[in-house]
Design a protein around this ligand. Structure first.
Ligand code: ATP
Length: 457
């Protein structure tokens, strides 16, 4: 395995580019502010993660329905949710080198103190304790000021600024009434959504960990305020952890961080982050918050709509409380890549393999004709490809020797390689090679599809 974690991060970034998972954004123009494109295999991987999430939390459950709301909502939504006035990070600039930093991070790194929100105290500490600029080493700071992280844009016919949503949750609350009026949902129930969110982070970075344009998978799970919420909260934590394990994360790389009571927003009863041991250390992967009735009450107040729920069994009307499990898509992709990355000595060589859980692998089976210039092998291999392609993502490859083709598929995490050789023409069997064990087995063409379906489960 790589010597240290920096090394691991570098290797993942370079493999991701070399093998079509993640490309630097706008690269031919010299790049663009920590943005990235998902390449062909990255797109497959990301879609597999999102599909697994949707299957786990929507299709396989009776109590959660899906939604696909807009990225731009009525600006009042963000006033009601508190984002317009309060979605701020503390920012400070180095007057010497002009680099910009999160002031709270600088203070915490140099003094261990968490002064969240207290701009004056942060300014004082940076000056009094001569905290050095991590970039140029000098200590000459501007005042610490708030920076609102929402991206603003303009819309024809609207006089005020319109925002790109900083989280997907907003649309869920806005459509709460539509969902209860149109669906036969009964409390407890959830509304789930996957989509892009935008945050003008002061410092983005750590590859796809902190982006300004990213994707979230979020659920608002509405409960009766009289319900004992603690067991449900625990169930959600377990479900979130289980999802991280399904990405390939090892249990030892996951831990929970409960936000101290005094740091919680006034409406929250409990907030827990699920942290993952990324190559740069433990950081937030997912979050779970009890948000009380804050959101629905606020949206009711600002919109003038009645957002109460009528419990027909008990004939009670109330504003439900909500548990909010939130999952970052890009951070999930980074978990899948970093937990799958493996280096193994094979003879004198090092084999790089992405040992993804098989259901997440971008390509499930690669089909090779042994030789490129033998028409009968190539056409047989194409037949095999056609046989399998409707079932799962396959790739046809006739380039280079078989060893090289195996290495390439190992690097993109393909669980099975199927080779068509002269024996195939004679006896109708193919060689199936397993990514993890590298063992090869002869399988009859008649059984090939079933064999792969069974082993990919
Ligand atoms: P952080 O403390 O890392 O800034 P946060 O607490 O602000 O995260 P939430 O508001 O809880 O994050 O967002 C929900 C989820 O969205 C996070 O758990 C994370 O997976 C993802 N996420 C948040 N910000 C970003 C970002 N800038 N880039 C990529 N994913 C993000």
């Amino acid at each position: 395995m790589p010597k240290n974690n920096d090394d691991l991060m570098q290797k993942i970034v370079s493999l991701a580019k070399r093998r079509g998972f993640v490309f630097p954004g706008s690269e031919i123009y010299g790049g663009f502010a920590n943005s990235y494109s998902y390449g062909p295999y990255g797109t497959e991987l990301k879609n597999n993660i999102k599909n697994l999430w949707w299957k786990t939390f929507v299709s396989d459950r009776q109590d959660i329905v899906g939604l696909d709301g807009p990225i731009m909502l009525n600006p009042k939504v963000w006033e009601a949710s508190g984002h317009t006035s309060g979605f701020n990070d503390a920012m400070v600039d180095c007057k010497e080198c002009k680099k910009r930093f999160r002031a709270d991070h600088l203070v915490e790194q140099s003094t261990g103190r968490d002064l969240e929100g207290d701009l004056k105290a942060m300014s004082d500490i940076l000056k009094d304790e001569k905290v050095k600029c991590p970039n140029c080493g000098k200590s000459n700071w501007t005042e610490v000021r708030n920076f609102n992280m929402m991206f603003k844009t303009e819309m024809n016919g609207i006089d005020e600024p319109v925002y790109l949503r900083p989280e997907t949750a907003g649309a869920i609350f806005v459509d709460f009434k539509n969902v209860i009026d149109s669906m036969r949902v009964k409390i407890p129930f959830g509304i789930a959504q996957i989509g892009k969110a935008f945050r003008n982070e002061i410092i983005a970075g750590n590859f796809i960990f902190r982006l300004r344009e990213f994707e979230q998978m979020e659920i608002e799970y509405f409960i009766d305020p009289k319900t004992k919420w603690e067991p449900l909260f625990e169930e959600w934590l377990v479900a979130q952890e289980k999802f991280a394990l399904a990405l390939g994360a090892h249990k030892k790389d996951l831990k929970k961080y409960e936000h101290p009571k005094e740091k919680l927003s006034h409406y929250s009863k409990k907030t827990v982050d699920i942290e993952y041991n990324f190559p740069f250390g433990f950081s937030e992967l997912y979050g779970l918050a009890h948000r009380g009735d804050f959101d629905l009450t606020q949206h009711s107040k600002f919109s003038g709509e009645d957002l109460t729920y009528l419990d027909q069994a008990s004939n009670r009307k109330y504003i439900p409380h909500v548990l909010e499990p939130t999952f970052g898509v890009d951070r999930s992709v980074l978990v899948a890549l970093s937990s799958a990355y493996t280096e193994e000595a094979v003879g004198d060589e090092t084999r790089i393999v992405l040992k993804f859980p098989k259901n997440l692998a971008p390509i499930k089976a690669a089909i090779f004709p042994l030789l490129k210039n033998k028409e009968n092998l190539v056409s047989k291999a194409k037949e095999v490809f056609d046989l399998l392609k409707g079932e799962f993502m396959c790739e046809f490859d006739d380039n280079g020797n078989i060893g090289k083709r195996y290495r390439r598929q190992d690097e993109i995490g393909t669980p099975y390689c199927v080779t068509i050789d002269f024996d195939t023409l004679a006896d109708g069997t193919v060689t199936v090679r397993d990514r993890d064990t590298m063992e090869q087995e002869r399988v009859s063409l008649d059984n090939l599809k079933d064999y792969l379906i069974k082993n990919l489960k």
